[in-house]
Design a protein around this ligand. Structure first.
Ligand SMILES: [Zn+2]
Length: 271
């Protein structure tokens, strides 16, 4: 599943080709995505200029004067820049043809992604309105996490993976940031000190920033046929390493299930 760093890398990859361009036409080959792509989308954006390519959480926003297209890559979606000569593959569901003769193309085999429209202001759309802050923003810090967590009985891992608290902390990033911060994923969110939340917020920022940076350095050419962003092979401390030795203490990495997801941690390094 594309996580926040992959989505940000996609945004950066497509933006130079898309931003400032006028939409020439829209081709919807398969409207039945997670939610149906709106019939009126071509009418709404044809001959209009894409003012900006932004991201909120894992949503990419193409901003127009009259509203925004909201794109989500779901489980298996990807965006690429195609041309008229690029062969159309199975699962190439939506094309936005641009004034520079390039095509922003959504490919999504499992169709859990979406292409939606919202009138201004885009941030008030129901998918976006209740999202927590961006993890790399100043608004997201230890004080914020500490304040939000008081009286919460859920585990700290569930807490940081809740998109109403903060966006973009997927399962891998949650396990890894809790290891860096030395916090046991099963600890109750409401029982963790301000100081430890400072360390956790820093760890989340560090790990996401590193993944985005790595995406930038390995940024594949989004105009190529095979220019499909995949998972970033980050250096992982605990995720997927059950039974292996902890890189910090040599103890054995444990695996537990929380909210139907696997958590990995070192019980010696994480309290
Ligand atoms: Zn350890």
């Amino acid at each position: 599943m594309p996580e926040l760093p992959e989505v940000e890398t996609s945004r950066r990859g497509i933006a130079p080709h898309v931003q400032g361009q006028t939409v020439r036409c829209v081709i919807i080959r398969q409207p039945n995505l997670r939610w149906p792509a709106p019939d009126e989308l071509p009418t709404l954006i044809t001959r209009r200029k894409i003012l900006a390519v932004d991201r909120r959480g894992k949503y990419i926003l193409l901003r127009f004067t009259n509203g925004a297209v909201i794109l989500h890559l779901g489980m298996s979606g990807s965006l690429r820049i195609a041309t008229r000569n690029t062969a159309i593959r199975d699962h190439d569901h939506v094309d936005i043809v641009l004034g520079n003769d390039k095509i922003l193309r959504l490919h999504d085999p499992r169709r859990f992604g979406c292409v939606l429209w919202t009138d201004n202001p885009a941030e008030q759309h129901k998918l976006l309105a209740k999202l927590g802050p961006e993890p790399l923003s100043d608004e997201f810090n230890g004080a914020y996490l500490h304040r939000q967590s008081r009286k919460r009985r859920c585990s700290v891992k569930a807490f940081i993976m809740n998109s109403h608290i903060v966006v973009g902390v997927g399962n891998i990033y949650a396990s890894e940031s809790l290891f860096i911060a030395g916090i046991n994923p099963r600890r109750k969110a409401g029982s963790i000190s301000r100081q430890r939340y400072d360390a956790l917020a820093d760890a989340i920022k560090q790990i996401l920033a590193a993944a985005i940076e790595q995406g930038g350095t390995t940024l594949r050419d989004f105009t190529r046929e095979d220019g499909q962003p995949g998972y970033f092979a980050q250096q992982l401390y605990v995720y997927g390493k059950a039974g292996e030795a902890c890189q910090q203490c040599g103890g054995v990495i444990k695996q537990v299930t929380q909210q139907q997801r696997s958590s990995f941690y070192c019980s010696h390094c994480q309290k």
